[in-house]
Unconditional design. Structure first.
Length: 88
């Protein structure tokens, strides 16, 4: 009888691990509650509009950098949106 009573304990380990894995998977994935965007959403496609305008042509240049670039001036390239609140 003592051999049979310990058998359930051996089976409880893998069964418990499987149940824990499944519960965590369901909790974090929410596969039954997720929104299938591709199937449930309609998108009205509109024709592409716009125009191309040629600005300038430089041929045969030997310069390694573009005049007036702002690669190293981060603060002048990226500016905070005036409507957004300050970061916390």
């Amino acid at each position: 009888m003592s051999d049979d009573s310990g058998l359930w304990l051996l089976a409880a380990g893998p069964a418990g691990a499987t149940a824990l894995y499944w519960a965590l998977y369901r909790y974090y994935r929410n596969t039954d509650k997720s929104h299938a965007f591709e199937h449930e959403t309609t998108i009205d496609a509109k024709p592409v509009t716009g125009a191309d305008r040629k600005v300038d042509t430089i041929t045969g240049t030997q310069e390694r950098r573009i005049r007036g670039d702002n690669v190293r001036a981060y603060r002048t390239r990226v500016q905070r949106d005036r409507d957004s609140p300050p970061p916390v």
